[in-house]
Design a protein around this ligand. Structure first.
Ligand code: ADP
Ligand code: MG
Length: 606
């Protein structure tokens, strides 16, 4: 929660009753998005788009003005659309809690799939001022004519990016058609992809955009670490991290439902209490899971992005990216779950050797420093577990409850040595959990970060480019320093440059959306190269095995483009690698006679 230094809620022009409510709620100062959106909505007749990261108080940014401007009437006056059931409940609760001290309270109802129509019908039959709902259920009620939206003052799309991700565009359109023209339209979102602006253009006419930069939100309160770990070692690594961190309240993010189930099940098998949350979990179950997590009965929540979206749980101590998020913005999002409200937090990201370039990109784009960490060793964990054991025993000894076992204890001590008894009890209780045998081996991975990438750029001499102007262009568009751009070759229709690994990712990211003649403006050079090279270089895919071969891509491409007569080309400048290649081709050429080939191989060895 970033709040502005000086501005107070009072200065935003809120009523005394509202100020009292906010005080009760514990809000001291408006957040950046609230500070900008609230006055806009109170004083100007404008449609507003608000963008700010998760957890920055967007609900109150529109909730407070609703409560300040609407009067209790006999028809719904505001419709808030949200992507999930949880959010419907949560947003309704949040807004409701903001009117604690208001004399004339508004009636707020949430409608969503999975809840019986009866309950919702009963609620809708009474006077309802604000409806919070998921698109499908809203449409259902519109069809049944149990909800009328012809006289609303506000239509609000909350978590708009997620609604679009979930494919609600058509539904939103249908709902729009059933509302009166003269409403205000507000759209809130954590991220602002282009499609949202398209939607906005279509429905919103004139609007004011309020955007709070996400970069400032990758919270300084959160330590960000990444671990290099193979896919198959991730689970073991997760357990070790959980073991070593004493105080924990975690969200573990997984990419798929399958991963989510796998991790949850395995954690429970290992004796860690965890609950999984994803799209297939039934509504009732979801509510139960969320409640037990919020009440801290369960301290590890394993979730997919969508399932965890918008769920407001405070004091998360750790966010673990068991799998990397889809994109940079989701990373910021996930990490934004911890380190809130001045608390410190930790975000840990698992990166497989293949994914290394993604974490590099995330660092560059978010301008944050994600430190490389090392997975706790077995020694460290043993130490941690022993300390915990000692602490647990101390606390049992501090109480007197253990005395109920005195008789058994005396019996055991009469028959065995004290050491044997204690050791046997530990074995009973922990199985092998306190010995090194209990650990699976984790393979060291070390990723080469010093490499370069060769990029293909669909701009060439025909377009008026020279090496000089191409470098300028890259510098202006992607902010890559000319010093880092090497081996520039401008051909008739296209060009090549070699840049450090991380810069390549930035360039690819910056130009991701740009096309020229149906293909992307910039791509990894390997796309242009023959099959023979596939899988052998330039991509993260084989990076792990190739540490210490800096600058290889450029060389390879140059050799290819220097001579299209691939087969006859032997004298690469690539030193030992061309030997390697040459040998293989020779091998292949004479593979008719296996025996001969083998013989020659032996000859070499001798
Ligand atoms: P968003 O929709 O941006 O993800 P929420 O509206 O869910 O964020 O708010 C996140 C949390 O911050 C909620 O618990 C909310 O009560 C709290 N919050 C909102 N505004 C403030 C404020 N001005 N001061 C303190 N806490 C706030
Ligand atoms: Mg929200």
């Amino acid at each position: 929660m970033t709040t502005h230094e000086n501005i107070t809620f009072a200065e935003l022009g809120l009523s005394l009753q509202m100020l009292a409510s906010l005080e009760k709620k514990g809000f001291e100062k408006p957040s950046a998005i609230q500070e900008q959106v609230i006055p806009l909505l109170l004083n100007w007749d404008k449609n507003v788009i608000g963008q700010a990261a998760t957890g920055t108080g967007k609900t109150a940014a529109f909730g407070i003005p609703l409560l300040e401007t609407l009067l209790h009437e006999s028809h719904p006056q505001a419709l808030i659309m949200v992507p999930t059931r949880e959010l419907a409940i949560q947003v309704a609760e949040e807004i409701n809690s903001l009117q604690a001290d208001l004399k004339n309270k508004l009636s707020i109802v949430s409608i969503y799939g999975g809840q019986s129509y009866d309950i919702q019908l009963r609620a809708l039959k009474k006077w309802v001022d604000i409806v919070v709902g998921t698109p499908w259920r809203i449409i259902d009620h519109l069809h049944r004519k149990t909800l009328k939206l012809q006289e609303i003052s506000y239509m609000i799309l909350d978590e708009a990016d997620e609604m679009l991700n979930m494919g609600f565009v058509d539904d939103i359109e249908e709902i729009f058609k059933q509302t009166n023209e003269d409403k205000k339209v507000l759209l809130f979102s954590a991220t602002m992809p282009k499609v949202i602006l398209n939607v906005a253009k279509k429905y919103m006419g004139d609007y004011q955009l309020v955007s709070v930069q996400t970069t400032q939100m990758t919270t300084t309160q959160t330590t960000q670490i990444y671990f290099e770990v193979r896919e198959s070692d991730k689970f073991e690594a997760l357990c070790r991290i959980i073991d070593i961190e004493s105080d924990f309240y975690w969200i573990v993010f997984c990419k798929t439902k399958l991963d989510c189930d796998f991790v949850t099940t395995k954690l429970n098998e290992r004796g860690y209490q965890a609950q999984g949350l994803h799209g297939d979990v039934q509504q009732k179950q979801r509510e139960r899971i969320l409640k037990s997590f919020k009440d801290r009965k369960v301290k590890i929540l394993v979730a997919t992005d969508v399932a965890a979206r918008g769920i407001d749980v405070n004091d998360i101590s750790h966010v673990i990216n068991y799998s990397l998020p889809q994109d940079t913005e989701s990373y910021v999002h996930r990490v934004g779950r911890t380190g809130r409200a001045g608390k410190t937090g930790k975000a840990i990201t698992f990166v497989t050797p293949q994914e290394y370039r993604k974490i590099v990109l995330i660092q560059k784009v978010t301008k944050t420093d994600i430190q490389k960490g090392s997975i706790p060793s077995t020694d460290e964990i043993m130490q941690a577990r022993r300390l915990k054991l000692k602490a647990d025993i101390d606390s049992v000894l501090a109480g007197q409850k253990y005395q109920q076992y005195s008789e058994v204890a005396n019996y055991l001590l009469e028959n065995f040595t004290p050491e044997a008894v204690v050791a046997a009890l530990l074995k009973l209780n922990y199985q092998d959990g306190l010995t090194p045998d209990s650990f699976k081996q984790i393979n060291e991975v070390s990723i080469d970060t010093t490499g370069t990438s060769r990029l293909f750029i669909a701009l060439g001499r025909k377009g008026g480019y020279t090496p000089r102007s191409l470098v300028d262009f890259i510098q202006t568009e992607a902010g890559v320093s000319p010093r880092d751009i090497d081996d520039v070759r401008v051909m008739e229709d296209f060009s090549f440059v070699t840049v450090p690994f991380a810069d390549a990712e930035v360039i690819l990211h910056v130009f991701a959306k740009q096309n020229k003649g149906g293909r992307s403006l910039v791509s990894k050079a390997k796309d242009k190269t023959p099959q023979l090279r596939a899988g052998r270089d330039s991509d993260g895919g084989s990076r792990g095995g190739y540490s210490s071969r800096g600058g290889r891509d450029g060389r390879w491409d140059r050799s290819f483009w220097a001579s299209r007569a691939w087969g006859s080309q032997r004298s690469f400048s690539g030193g030992n690698r061309s030997d390697d290649r040459g040998f293989r081709r020779e091998d292949k050429a004479s593979s008719y006679g296996r025996g001969e080939n083998a013989k020659r191989g032996q000859g070499r060895r001798r």
